[in-house]
Design a protein around this ligand. Structure first.
Ligand SMILES: C[S@@+](CC[C@H](N)C(=O)[O-])C[C@H]1O[C@@H](n2cnc3c(N)ncnc32)[C@H](O)[C@@H]1O
Length: 303
């Protein structure tokens, strides 16, 4: 496999979870390199449709090179999903929505994108480099307290304050500068994880507003899905998975009533039905693609 390709995670499980109809309309909110999109298209007749989104211009370029009339691609964040679906006149008609969260292998493997602590490059980490601030720009203007809060909240970094104070000592422009600062700020540890893992994860989540975007798109899916339409989400860390789990659980419970009021299930008006327990990758898949190790797939159906 080429360095700049991406192996789709939990592919068979995702297709099963989407419960594909050959004439259905599906949305892949995270096109990446199109592994899931292409597999969905393989199951559709000419009447079927896939709308794919990605905020990364490189992913969009790859999608645009696919010649298939059933596929349309939109360069946008999935927080704008409802507006995009409205533009197509498809509100309430979508048979399945897929979110395969986080970064793709091509993003991680390209040193010029600044996502990886393993390779030197500009400290950027934006999934869409044409908008907003890079991590380097933000670190150089934020206070140590603001930086420490991000490292703690999104990375659960024990040494958040020590690292944040060191970051403020000199202007940072590259990934390796940040890695060296983190290594010097953290006491030696027997942990297998690289000491920069948590800080890089935290800064990436923060700069791309990943958790806020996830919360926004989940709420919108209720207006977008057709009855029995499926919501399928693959997450890679506990902060994401917690948001997905709580959203599905709350919408499956339905509206809140005072605790002592006798109400029927119909009156509770649940918006979603939980389809299965969370699904994890098999050991065979993990051996082939170690990135699948932390993937958790959740699936629910619009009531
Ligand atoms: C894990 S990859 C998806 C891989 C894809 N399923 C495949 O098989 O190639 C995640 C992709 O989602 C995109 N992405 C992440 N957050 C996004 C958001 N809020 N809006 C749109 N795209 C997003 C990233 O740019 C990346 O290309």
């Amino acid at each position: 496999m080429s360095k700049l390709s991406h192996q789709p995670v939990l592919l068979t499980e995702t297709l099963d979870a989407l419960n594909l109809r050959s004439d259905g309309i599906y949305i892949d909110c995270t096109f990446g390199r199109g592994g899931h999109t292409k597999a969905i298209l393989n199951h559709l007749e000419p009447a079927g449709q896939v709308l794919a989104l990605d905020q990364d211009p490189e992913a969009v370029q790859v999608a645009q090179s696919i010649e298939d009339e059933r596929l349309s691609i939109v360069h946008n964040t999935f927080a704008q999903l409802q507006a995009t679906v409205e533009d197509n006149g498809w509100l309430g008609q979508i048979n399945g929505i897929l979110l395969d969260l986080g970064v793709s292998s091509p993003q991680l493997d390209d040193p010029t994108r600044g996502f990886s602590f393993m390779q030197d490059g500009p400290l950027d980490m934006r999934m869409n480099p044409n908008t907003g601030e890079s991590v380097a720009q933000w670190l150089n203007t934020a206070t140590a307290t603001e930086i420490a809060k991000v490292l703690k909240d999104y990375g659960e970094e024990r040494y958040a304050y020590r690292i944040a104070r060191s970051i403020k000592m000199e202007p940072i422009t590259t990934t390796s500068q940040l890695v060296n600062i983190i290594i010097k700020a953290c006491p030696p540890s027997k942990e297998h994880k690289h000491p920069a893992t948590r800080s890089f994860q935290a800064l990436r989540i923060f700069i791309n507003q990943e958790l806020e975007q996830l919360q926004q798109v989940l709420t919108q899916t209720l207006n977008i899905l057709a009855p029995h339409g499926r919501l399928v989400v693959i997450s890679f860390h506990s902060l994401e998975d917690r948001i997905v789990k709580r959203f599905i659980r709350d919408k499956a419970r339905g509206d809140k009533f005072p605790i002592h009021l006798p109400v029927t299930v119909k009156q509770l008006n649940p918006k979603l039905r939980i389809i299965s327990k969370p699904i994890r990758a098999s050991q065979t898949e993990i051996n082939l693609n170690p990135r699948a190790r932390s993937a958790i797939l959740r699936v629910a159906e619009r009531c």
